[in-house]
Each structure stands twice: as structure tokens, then as C-alpha cells.
Ligand binder design. Structure first.
Ligand SMILES: Cc1cc2nc3c(=O)[nH]c(=O)nc-3n(C[C@H](O)[C@H](O)[C@H](O)COP(=O)(O)O)c2cc1C
Length: 205
């Protein structure tokens, strides 16, 4: 296992990495990600989550086939440069799904879109992303498996009352792909002090 990094370094530099080395990921690392996942909160501590680790080549190929035949990202000129870059990378990932050494498919009991179910699985998903950052593994949150929900459930034998929430591709980052600071809307724009519109004042950083 690599040396541990600080919590805030992990939070500040966890960005979507979508290109992977083909090398396998040691089981102990995957177990560490899963242990991080199950520490997350869930409504009423129900923990209706399940995580399927997918490494088998045939299964990855079947999932890759689904993505290749599915709808493509709509990348338009009126989008920001950042958005277009993200969508291009996301499309590249979907065109090469079976080359990813590991997927973790996060599932939650209950129907899709319920008010509680998403809030009870995405904290666990975020824990996996942060733990991957901590271990130097590449990953990104993806949700477009929902286009193939019945097919994926069939391939993996997922029970009827369980919904797929996210697929996290996992692997060592490809050459030249690395974690780093993320770009976000500034705090002054999105954080208020006591009342909508009262900008939260930050100390000079
Ligand atoms: C609900 C949700 C769905 C997402 N779906 C995808 C996806 O299908 N494919 C993908 O590559 N990234 C997906 N992302 C990742 C976002 O595109 C990512 O957060 C965005 O690229 C920000 O970039 P950064 O993580 O590099 O800062 C998703 C993120 C969220 C929160």
C-alpha cells in the first residue's frame, strides 16, 4: 500500500481520471476501497447497498458492448471548453470500457429515483473515490449504466428490488494521467452567510 496522504489533500485533488493501465489491481486495494464504502452514512443506517467487483474479461466485454451500442455524448459548440473536454474524455472511456481492469458497480435496494435511495448510496461512492485517490488509483463517478439497467442486471444476476447507482472504473492511472487540483465555481458564488445572497467571506488563501 502507498504512503497515506492527508484527508484534505485527497479531497482537493480527487478528480475524474478515465484512462487506465491494463495492470490488475491487487485484491487488498479493492478491499480497502470497499471497506471505505461501507463506512458511509445511509438513511436510517439501513445500509441497503451492494458492491459488485467486476474483473472477469468476458463480463467486462459484455458491458463494453452495451456502452458501444448506446447513445453517445452530445458534444456541442455552445458548451464550455471544460464541459467539452470532460464529455470527450467520458466518451473515450465509454468506447474503451473493457480495457478497464476493474469496475465496482454500486447498487442500492429500492426503486430508481426514490428520494432516499440516491442519498443512501452516493456517500459510499464518494468514499470509494476518495479512497482510490488515497491509494493512487484512478477512478471516476459514472451513472450512464442506467441506460442499460435491465441488461446489466441480467448479466450480473442482480435481484429485481435492487437498482444500479454507479459504475466506478478502477485501475492504475495511464502514463501521464494524474490527480491534481480540481476547478470549481468559487466559494463566494455558492456559499452564503445566514441568508441567501449574503456572500460567505473567505480569508485570503
Ligand atoms: C451524477 C454524476 C454522473 C456522472 N456521470 C459520468 C459519466 O457517465 N461519465 C464520466 O466520465 N463522468 C461522469 N461524471 C463525472 C463528472 O463528469 C465529473 O465530476 C466532472 O468531470 C468533474 O470533473 P473532475 O472530477 O475532473 O473535477 C459524473 C458525475 C456525477 C456527479
Amino acid at each position: 500500500m502507498p504512503d497515506e496522504i492527508g484527508l484534505f489533500e485527497a479531497i482537493d485533488t480527487q478528480r475524474g481520471l478515465r484512462q487506465f493501465k491494463p495492470d490488475p489491481v491487487p485484491d487488498e486495494m479493492i478491499t480497502r476501497l470497499l471497506r471505505a464504502a461501507i463506512k458511509a452514512p445511509s438513511g436510517g443506517v439501513r445500509q441497503g447497498w451492494s458492491f459488485i467487483v467486476i474483473r472477469d474479461e468476458e463480463t467486462r466485454r459484455k458491458i463494453g458492448d452495451l456502452y458501444r451500442t448506446g447513445s453517445r455524448f452530445d458534444i456541442r459548440d455552445d458548451m464550455s471548453t471544460q464541459q467539452r473536454r470532460v464529455y470527450r474524455r467520458a466518451q473515450h472511456l465509454e468506447d474503451h470500457m473493457e480495457d478497464v481492469p476493474v469496475f465496482i458497480l454500486a447498487c442500492i435496494e429500492g426503486g430508481p429515483g426514490g428520494p432516499v435511495s440516491g442519498a443512501s448510496i452516493y456517500p459510499a461512492v464518494q468514499n470509494i473515490l476518495l479512497a482510490a485517490r488515497g491509494l493512487g488509483l484512478a477512478s471516476v463517478l459514472t451513472t450512464r449504466q442506467s441506460r442499460f439497467e435491465p441488461e446489466i442486471k441480467d448479466i450480473l444476476g442482480i435481484p429485481e428490488n435492487v437498482t444500479t447507482a454507479a459504475i466506478l472504473p478502477i485501475g492504475f492511472p495511464a502514463e501521464g494521467v494524474r490527480y491534481g487540483p480540481t476547478r470549481r465555481r468559487p466559494l463566494e458564488e455558492v456559499a452564503f452567510d445566514g441568508h441567501w445572497g449574503n456572500t460567505w467571506k473567505t480569508e485570503a488563501e
